[in-house]
Design a protein around this ligand. Structure first.
Ligand SMILES: [Zn+2]
Length: 204
């Protein structure tokens, strides 16, 4: 077994979605002064690598703590998105099975610090989102800030259909051609989503 960390580092420089709160990690105790270190965290529930759950976009949708932990763990499938063009045929050919966690690899995580990453990235077409829900995929992840833009039709199709979303993944190139399992475990906040440590377990 080998593990690949698909998670961005959280610090005060973390780029956030336009309009979202800036992350603030501040020291509240120091070794020199208090004999221990501690920090306070000020962070949006959708900052950095994170998981969206239905309450994010769906009225009366489930919040994180209501979702069983097995919803965050599953057999992974990587789908390469060439030239930022999502293609339904590629998704249909990927041999997706119910309960899978499907990851779209666009290669754009390298632009995480650029404004284009948040403003100009490609959106997942609605027919692909519908197909993934029909296949009973547990979670859809991507190396993008969001699968779509306002009015968030794709978010609503996925979350309304019970498929969770993992956003701002990185290091997906390390999964090409591999068999792997995904652990995308968000902090157990009783809200609409939370930062997650997302890890792939590669079987070799
Ligand atoms: Zn989100």
């Amino acid at each position: 077994m080998r593990y690949v960390d698909l998670t961005h580092v959280i610090n005060n420089q973390l780029p956030v979605y336009p309009g979202d709160p800036q992350v603030k990690v501040s020291e509240v105790a120091t070794l020199a002064h208090d004999g221990y270190t501690e920090h306070s965290l000020h962070i949006g529930s959708h900052a950095g690598t994170h998981v969206d759950v239905p309450a994010h976009m769906i009225k009366d949708g489930k919040t994180l703590e209501q979702i069983p932990v097995d919803a965050f763990i599953g057999h992974g499938r990587l789908i390469r998105v060439n030239d930022c063009e999502f293609n339904l045929k590629d998704v249909q050919a990927a041999g997706i099975e119910p309960g899978d966690i499907v990851l779209f690899y666009t290669g754009l995580s390298g632009q995480f610090n650029e404004p284009e990453y948040f403003e100009k990235a490609p959106a997942l077409p609605e027919d692909i989102a519908e197909y993934l829900v029909e296949q009973k995929v547990k979670m859809v992840g991507m190396d993008l800030a969001s699968p779509d833009y306002e009015p968030y039709a794709v978010h609503k199709i996925l979350l309304g259909g019970g498929t969770l979303i993992a956003e701002n993944l990185c290091n997906l190139e390390q999964l090409e051609g591999k068999e792997f399992k995904i652990y995308a475990l968000p902090i157990k906040l009783a809200v609409d989503g939370a930062p997650a440590r997302v890890v792939a377990e590669i079987s070799e």
